[in-house]
Design a protein around this ligand. Structure first.
Ligand SMILES: Cc1cc2nc3c(=O)[nH]c(=O)nc-3n(C[C@H](O)[C@H](O)[C@H](O)COP(=O)(O)OP(=O)(O)OC[C@H]3O[C@@H](n4cnc5c(N)ncnc54)[C@H](O)[C@@H]3O)c2cc1C
Length: 283
């Protein structure tokens, strides 16, 4: 009789995947495998007991584009997204191109990057800032969740048991200014356990010399965004008055000192990032 454990499933359709998942609720989705196998410098790798390979699910590999949205299947790799070129919003391109090296980017999937349970990885901050939405599916239902709700911290990802991320929908609005900054963990080699590691994105929309929208998001061991300071500059003429820019930086400083999670290192890295971005819009 077949051993009920240590099974690898290769479903080619979602109903097949959910049937297997219902039989083996402990089974773990396997996308590029780079997160699941990371830091295993052993000859024999440790894998979850039961695995659901997402490789053959054709619909998870699809990419489509309308006038308003770019839709990317969860199994699309980072390299494939980068090859789409200018279709992809600049903030996302910048963050994805800073993930590992080219070989790893051929393996890492966007879904695996978003669903890593340990911390929020490089795709998280731009997808939150861009108001992306995620399609999540169980055997019984499909729901859409905003990137900011999905990746909110503290707490786990907004994935229910036996739920799969299937698609990412990214609005294709124009942002005239986008900058992604990756913060390497300071004291440890493995940035995943250093709270100051992560990435911050700055995006500005400018119409007729007026700053109409501004977003700054950090994602790592915490997710930080201060909507209060963002709205304080909406509608201002560019270049910004120096005092307006300084006031904005002060608002961020107050915000950072009020949130519990970030330590000194992250606070100072983020503050420097915010200050330099906003000063670049001032005279
Ligand atoms: C050497 C190295 C360097 C790296 N550098 C970086 C870096 O600089 N920046 C960065 O962001 N990442 C980096 N990572 C990659 C990081 O491991 C991945 O971004 C990501 O977590 C794994 O993507 P994956 O497709 O390999 O997913 P997997 O490893 O297969 O899965 C990761 C997790 O997500 C879950 N999962 C995967 N897909 C889905 C889905 N569709 N629905 C629900 N759950 C799902 C899995 O069950 C698992 O828990 C690096 C990895 C390595 C090995």
């Amino acid at each position: 009789m077949a051993d009920p454990h240590n099974q690898v499933f290769f479903p080619s359709a979602l109903p097949e995947l959910f049937t297997a998942w219902n039989r083996f609720p402990d089974a773990v989705p396997f996308a590029g495998g780079t997160g699941l196998l990371r830091n295993q410098g052993k000859h024999i790798l440790t894998l979850p007991q039961n695995i659901l390979s997402l490789e053959r699910l054709e619909e998870l590999h699809r990419i489509s584009r309308t006038e308003r949205y770019l839709e990317i299947g969860a199994m699309v790799t980072i390299s494939e997204i980068l090859r789409l070129g200018k279709t992809v919003p600049e903030a996302l391109t910048q963050s994805l191109s800073r993930i590992a090296g080219p070989q790893m980017r051929n393996l890492i999937t966007i879904g695996g990057n978003i669903c890593n349970p340990l911390r929020r990885l490089d795709a998280a901050a731009p997808l939150i800032a861009l108001d992306a939405r995620y399609e999540l599916r169980t055997a019984a239902e499909t729901r859409w969740v905003s990137a900011s709700r999905f990746s909110a911290l503290p707490g786990p990802l907004a994935l229910k048991p036996l739920e799969l991320l299937t698609r990412i929908r990214i609005p294709l609005e124009e942002w005239q200014y986008s900058l992604y900054k990756k913060f390497r963990g300071g004291e440890t080699v493995d940035s995943s356990i250093d709270e100051s590691g992560g990435g911050a994105v700055f995006m500005a929309r400018i119409q007729k010399n007026i700053l109409t929208d501004l977003r700054i998001v950090f994602a790592g061991q915490s997710v930080l965004r201060d909507k209060n300071s963002e709205t304080s500059l909406a509608g201002k003429h560019l270049p910004l008055d120096r005092r307006e820019a300084e006031h904005f930086s002060e608002l961020w400083k107050t915000f950072l000192s009020a949130v519990e999670n970030p330590g000194f290192m992250l606070r100072s890295k983020l503050y420097n990032f915010v200050e330099s971005c906003i000063l670049s819009l001032s005279d």
